[in-house]
Design a protein around this ligand. Structure first.
Ligand SMILES: C[S@@+](CC[C@H](N)C(=O)[O-])C[C@H]1O[C@@H](n2cnc3c(N)ncnc32)[C@H](O)[C@@H]1O
Length: 258
């Protein structure tokens, strides 16, 4: 018989982090197609918009978050949802060897815009079905892509599978603030200012829509407790969430050594 705790974790984790947003697509399969097409078509705008919005998700933040999650020289890294490689580059800087770092993303357009040091391997694939061997990595990162997976439990099961015993997990994500004033301020910035920035610095009209979608996914996303429950359910230990400014979450965990 399934224990109440197990049942609760299965219910929180065994689905997408948010319900389909039907203003953009009609259902879960539609979401995957829409997302991939959007990221493919707007990939050339991504770095410029990210730089302009500079919302803590710059190179400095990514580098520091990876280090504080335990990334160090010589580790083998898998960066999932690599996009244009903003986390991947920091992983290379920290490990000191591009050949130790592999990036995965479902969008060939995003990967095509990644200007990475020679030696970094890139693969097309999703978090829920990683094109990677089991127990092959010492560290797994995911930057600002968790909201896009179609099944949290499957993604964390895959992360557990590909990490070697003792391996570290670090998932960075923007989280809806806990209080009303914080929500209103972030919503004003993300729903009002960021799409305007996208209109100014981007060259693709769809970048504006993707940036609106950005906030809508943050607002609709399951709370941090559900993400933590899904990580624990996959078998990870020492699960913790480091929070900065009330919105930048770094979910860190360890695959038990044996
Ligand atoms: C906002 S970008 C983040 C890129 C990069 N990690 C960063 O820190 O800037 C989100 C990325 O998640 C990818 N993505 C969408 N669905 C995914 C999935 N199911 N598994 C892994 N990555 C996914 C998208 O293609 C996109 O490149």
């Amino acid at each position: 018989m399934t224990s109440p705790r197990r049942k609760e974790l299965d219910e929180t984790g065994n689905k997408a982090p948010h319900e389909p947003l039907t203003a953009y697509y009609s259902d879960e399969p539609g979401r995957r197609l829409w997302l991939r097409a959007m990221f493919d078509r707007t990939a050339s705008d991504y770095d410029a918009i990210e730089r302009a919005m500079a919302f803590g998700s710059g190179a400095w933040y990514r580098n520091r978050a990876l280090r504080s999650a335990g990334l160090a020289r010589g580790m083998r890294v898998l960066d999932v949802g690599m996009g244009t490689g903003l986390v991947t580059k920091e992983a290379v800087a920290i490990t000191g060897d591009p050949s130790l770092v592999t990036g995965v993303d479902p969008s060939p357009g995003m990967v095509g815009e990644a200007h990475l040091p020679i030696g970094v391997e890139t693969r097309i694939g999703t978090a829920e079905d990683l094109p990677c061997d089991s127990a092959a990595y010492d560290f797994l990162s995911m930057g600002f892509a968790l909201r896009h997976v179609s099944n949290l439990a499957k993604a964390f099961d895959e992360y557990f599978r590909v990490l070697a015993p003792g391996g570290q997990l670090c998932v960075l994500e923007i989280t809806r603030p806990a209080h009303g004033v914080g929500v209103a301020a972030l919503k004003f910035y993300m729903r009002g200012v960021v799409p305007m920035i996208a209109r100014i610095v981007g060259r693709k009209g769809e970048s504006v829509e993707l940036m609106r979608y950005y906030w809508d996914t943050i607002e609709a996303c399951v709370p941090p407790a559900a993400v933590i429950a899904a990580i624990e359910r996959a078998g990870f230990a020492n699960v913790r969430r480091d929070v900065e400014l009330g919105i930048f979450s770094a979910y860190c965990a360890t695959k038990p050594a044996a």
